[in-house]
Design a protein around this ligand. Structure first.
Ligand code: KIV
Length: 271
């Protein structure tokens, strides 16, 4: 039994206590009802309806084409399944940058139309006005620094971020600014483990890593990657817990063979 299995609903308050008590936070993505039902009942703390749906659900190369309407569709499907986890939803590209009023409208649509508990938003100082305006409406905000996939065209590579002293200093300064603005948690993606540890030590809010080492307050992975549904994406930080792609393909091959041979359906599988 995990230390948090008696918690009825994971809230920002619960997450803050987990950080204080040194209890690690588990987070996975989900984009549909059936997956969310499985991972919520397994006891995950946070479900992220990530804009990585653009990649793993819709087959786009980047997360940029994701729309607010599509995020709302995915998030409402997830919320209908979840009893315990906190559901956090990504604000997609183009719905918050450069216009804090639009950012607030986007966040309000997500909260109103999906029933989710919080939103996540990529960036530091440059999006601070949007973050503050969303927070002023009482909407919990999670930050996201390091590798920020919505800015992939600016960086031109998915390589490890903040490896230079200057970039690391900017990341720490952004993290502190976001914390001071009132966010409840921060995702750090693909940065050196020492920097992940330093940020987690400096901040009093939970810091969740994906490729940010083991000394942060929790971990997040994309569910399709950790279950081995996707096979082509293999960064060093990814631990695969299953090889579902092979299992699914073998089952489908068996089904095809059973249909072709007339083995399916048998006497007991018909009316
Ligand atoms: O969209 C997503 O899945 C994410 C995680 C990689 C943190 O932002």
């Amino acid at each position: 039994m995990s230390l948090t299995s008696n918690i009825k609903r994971v809230t920002t308050h619960v997450l803050q206590n987990m950080k204080k008590q040194g209890v690690k936070i588990s987070m996975l993505t989900a984009y549909d009802y059936s997956t969310a039902l499985l991972i919520d009942s397994a006891g995950i703390d946070i479900i992220l309806v990530g804009d990585s749906a653009a990649n793993v659900m819709a087959g786009f190369e980047t997360t940029l084409p994701m729309t607010l309407d599509a995020m709302i569709y995915h998030a409402s499907s997830v919320v209908r399944a979840v009893n315990r986890a906190m559901v956090v939803v990504d604000l997609p590209f183009g719905t918050y940058q450069g216009n804090s009023k639009e950012a607030l409208q986007s966040a309000i649509r997500i909260m109103k139309e999906t029933g989710a508990h919080a939103i996540k938003i990529e960036g530091g100082k440059e999006i601070l006005e949007s973050v503050s305006r969303i927070l002023s409406a009482g909407i919990p905000v999670m930050g996201h620094l390091g590798l920020t996939p919505q800015s992939i065209n600016k960086f031109g590579t998915y390589a490890v971020r903040a490896t230079s002293e200057e970039e690391a200093r900017k990341l720490i300064s952004d993290a502190l600014l976001l914390e001071a603005s009132g966010i409840f948690g921060l995702v750090l993606e693909k940065i050196p483990a020492d920097l992940g540890r330093e940020v987690a030590q400096k901040l009093s809010i939970p810091v969740i890593g994906i490729g940010a080492g083991g000394k942060v307050d929790g971990q997040v992975l994309v569910v399709h990657d950790m279950l081995g549904i996707t096979t082509e994406f293999s960064p060093r930080f990814l631990r695969r817990y299953h090889n579902l792609s092979e299992e699914i393909q073998n089952s489908v091959k068996q089904y095809i063979s059973d249909v072709k041979s007339g083995d399916f359906p048998n006497e007991n599988e018909q009316y």
